[in-house]
Write a protein that binds this ligand. Structure first.
Ligand SMILES: [Fe+2]
Length: 473
């Protein structure tokens, strides 16, 4: 028996590969197929099943392409409907895989068609549970995403409670729980750093799996504090129900090298987004005017999904050398399938034309200018902002920066934790016509060490570095 957890930090997503005696199953694959094909070849194994624990909202799966390339069968849970060939599994159905068995358990709640998959080892003992978005380590899947007028989030939360109490909690305590998502995913609220645990461990530490929790309390706690999902979530659900562009075609189109002249010619006729995916520092030091920055160094795909409203947007990349394929692949994982090429050595060729690159206005956190009560914009998450932030700051979390009331006539000093998100924010604010912006280099990490007054939630003195201020004066 061979079980692999293939974890992708950008999406906080876990795909699973299981093989036994020449047969394999993949659970919740990402969009690209090549890594799975390579794995099957190196394992000398045939793919028999592609299981989808539900219609994902936060990524587009490549199950249709993978099934075409391998001949494997796609399996969804009861009630699932889609525009491609698949088998609708039945609650309790058993799938044989080499010397193993996989039992489908219908667990409606996160979505109606959600399933968990219970793996029996060679001796037919329960070994582990692939829990999809039904159970996470530290939480359960949010029940609001699939809500409708007829089936409210409260209804779905009640279904989730019953699924957990009738189908998950009675399973043996020693089985391992392998979830589809980990910390950083917005599919849950209290995700742990751990990417798996025993069921007993979860009964003891996961509030939602506490056997004593009443249905009423469960519904209240699961629904409290849920933020609106990013705009690409319902679009990704829709894509997962249909046949999409083939991944190999997306990649070969995206890997077209373009010159600056070609890019300018194309973009004079149609709306093309120049997306700079290099490092925040490289973008700050010089970028092509009009480009936006979302660097590969961070949670690239979810940020693209939150910040680029049109999934069909034509995109040209400015990428670090030899990372174009990575950028195209990561974009396609959230349904941005329209990269039409990339510009090689873009900055160099821009300057060779005699044109000036644009630089970001930056300031060090230690600059005395920041003591003159400037307006700060903090683009970190609300939870981080509430714990501690610069005084005289406004919180506009990065995912909501398109909805802002900023005054184009005021100079704003933008910061995040270390400078990645603030660089993204400034590039997008500029696209929205707000230009009087300064990036605080080093972000809040540096602000905390500087003389800038900082508010801390757990401090009785609301001006924590007043001592330092006194020293300065
Ligand atoms: Fe989900």
């Amino acid at each position: 028996m061979n079980i692999k957890q293939l974890y992708t930090p950008c999406l906080s997503e876990a795909t699973y590969y299981i093989s036994s005696n020449g047969e394999a199953a993949i659970i919740d694959p990402l969009r690209e197929t090549k890594p799975y094909i390579n794995l099957l070849q190196s394992d000398n194994t045939n793919l028999k099943y592609i299981f989808l624990t539900h219609f994902h909202a936060d990524f587009v799966s490549g199950h249709v392409d993978l099934a075409k390339e391998t001949g494997a069968k796609i399996i969804y849970g009861p009630t699932a409907m889609a525009n491609f060939d698949f088998q609708q599994g039945v609650d309790g159905e058993v799938f044989k895989l080499g010397k193993l068995e996989i039992k489908l358990i219908h667990t409606p709640g996160h979505t109606l068609e959600s399933i968990c998959l219970l793996l029996f080892d060679e001796s037919m003992k329960e070994h582990c549970l692939f829990s999809g978005d039904t159970v996470f380590i530290g939480d359960v899947g949010r029940p609001d995403l699939a809500a409708t007028d007829e089936l409210t989030k409260e209804d779905l939360a009640k279904l989730l409670y019953r699924s957990i109490h009738t189908k998950i909690l009675p399973l043996p305590d020693n089985i391992i729980v392998y979830p589809n998502h980990g910390k950083g995913s917005v599919c849950g609220k209290h995700m742990s750093e751990k990417t798996f645990d025993t069921l007993l461990g979860q009964k003891q530490t996961n509030y939602a799996l506490n056997p004593k929790l009443t249905e009423e309390d469960f519904v209240e706690r699961v629904l409290e504090g849920l933020l609106a999902p990013p705009q690409y979530f319902p679009k990704n659900v829709q894509m997962n129900k249909q046949i999409n562009k083939n991944i190999n075609e997306i990649i070969s189109k995206g890997l077209t090298p373009l010159t600056i002249t070609q890019f300018l010619r194309f973009s004079s006729c149609e709306n093309i987004l120049l997306l700079d995916v290099r490092s925040a520092k490289e973008f700050a030091d010089g970028h092509i005017p009009g480009s936006i920055f979302i660097g590969l160094e961070g949670p690239f795909a979810p940020l693209v999904g939150a910040l680029i409203p049109d999934l069909n947007q034509k995109i040209v990349l400015v990428s670090p050398k030899a990372r174009e394929l990575e950028a195209i692949t990561r974009l396609s994982r959230v349904g941005y399938d329209n990269v039409i090429g990339y510009i090689e050595d873009a900055s160099k060729y821009w300057e060779n034309k005699g044109w000036k690159l644009e630089k970001l206005n930056t300031i060090k956190a230690t600059s005395k200018i920041l003591l003159q009560n400037p307006y700060f914009i903090d683009v970190r998450e609300k939870t981080k902002y509430e714990v501690s932030h610069a005084k005289h700051s406004e919180n506009i979390p990065i995912k909501f920066i398109r909805n802002n009331n900023l005054n184009p006539n005021i100079r704003y000093y933008v910061y995040c934790n270390k400078g990645y998100l603030s660089t993204i924010a400034i590039s997008i604010f500029k696209k929205l016509g707000i230009n009087n912006l300064v990036n605080v280099t080093g972000g809040f990490e540096e602000i905390k060490k500087s003389f800038v007054p900082v508010y801390k939630k757990d401090c009785s003195c609301t001006q924590c570095n007043c001592k330092k201020l006194a020293e300065l004066n």
